[in-house]
Design a protein around this ligand. Structure first.
Ligand SMILES: O=C[C@H](O)[C@@H](O)CC(=O)C(=O)O
Ligand SMILES: [Zn+2]
Length: 276
């Protein structure tokens, strides 16, 4: 498991493109046949992917956790962005189709991943935070979840938000998770922008054609920068940073948060004219 140390708002101001990319962007996930984990010191987030091909992949504990097993003191959110697969938690098998999710509570010793078909594998995205209590492991079928509609075609930001793990739904200690699908022809997400100092956020961009990019905007209102992001890459957004983007084509992204509270609407909104 790679350890990634986040930059603070002071170091951020003088970072080169290369430094910004190696600090805020994860380009190594979703390798076929592999389970990859990155530990970020910010909110002690673990971000990962499991793409099982022929072999079943087992969620390992990792030395930096100093834990007997991965969820000994952690909770885990899983979103399948690929073909159908199965996640097994302590002997219980959960079949997850595309955009189905699973919340795994603290204290589950054995977690493993399989694809239904090795040729078109399941692609499990993993997001984990420390947990102080046990909440039940629960499957979340995206198709049955309530969707929040945001934006308008005129402002090219018409989109649908599906909440997966949140206060009024499947409960957790600190994880809040869902995904946003852009309507055809709309390209902007989370614009107008916001910050929330109380929580850090992680964005996984997917369903983006290989040659297309999302121009992701970050930074405090008066010091914005951008990252050029390709399909299945992840961007980390500290509490002081806006997180918004515009795509050169249609895309979906999974957002996840950890930190002080779980109130989805607790956002410090910024007017677009306030951005420099
Ligand atoms: O704090 C909340 C997160 O930034 C996302 O839920 C926002 C989002 O998906 C969107 O507006 O498109
Ligand atoms: Zn946010």
């Amino acid at each position: 498991m790679r350890i990634l140390q986040m930059a603070d708002i002071i170091r951020y101001r003088t970072m080169t493109t290369e430094e910004l990319r190696s600090t805020f962007l994860l380009e190594e996930l979703f390798r076929v046949g592999a389970l990859d984990l990155i530990y970020v010191d910010l909110d002690r987030t673990v971000i990962g992917s499991a793409v099982p091909a022929r072999e079943k992949l087992v969620l390992p504990t990792a030395d930096p956790l100093k834990a007997a097993y991965f969820t000994e003191r952690r909770e885990l959110g899983i979103l399948n962005i690929g073909a159908p697969g199965v996640v097994t938690v302590n002997g219980s098998r959960f079949a997850l189709g595309n955009l189905d999710a699973l919340y795994v509570g603290r204290g589950n010793e054995h977690v493993s991943f399989e694809s239904e078909d090795a040729v078109t594998p399941a692609e499990f995205y993993l997001l984990s935070y420390p947990a102080h209590a046990v909440y039940p492991t629960s499957v979340i079928r995206s198709a049955t979840q309530e969707r929040v509609k945001l934006g308008t075609p005129e402002s090219a930001n018409q989109r649908e938000i599906t909440k997966l793990v949140y206060l009024d739904g499947v409960q957790s200690c600190q994880l809040v998770m869902g995904f946003t699908q852009l309507a055809s022809g709309s390209v902007w997400n989370t614009m107008p922008a916001h910050t929330h100092m109380r929580r850090s956020e992680v964005y996984l961009y997917f369903n983006l054609p290989a040659q297309e990019r999302v121009v992701h905007l970050m930074g405090p209102a008066h010091e914005t920068r951008h990252l050029m992001i390709a399909n299945k890459q992840v961007v980390i957004s500290p509490g002081w940073s806006i997180h918004a983007g515009v795509g050169t084509a249609n895309y979906t992204f999974c957002w996840g948060m950890g930190g002080e509270n779980q109130v989805y609407d607790d956002m410090d909104k910024l007017a677009t004219a306030e951005l420099w």
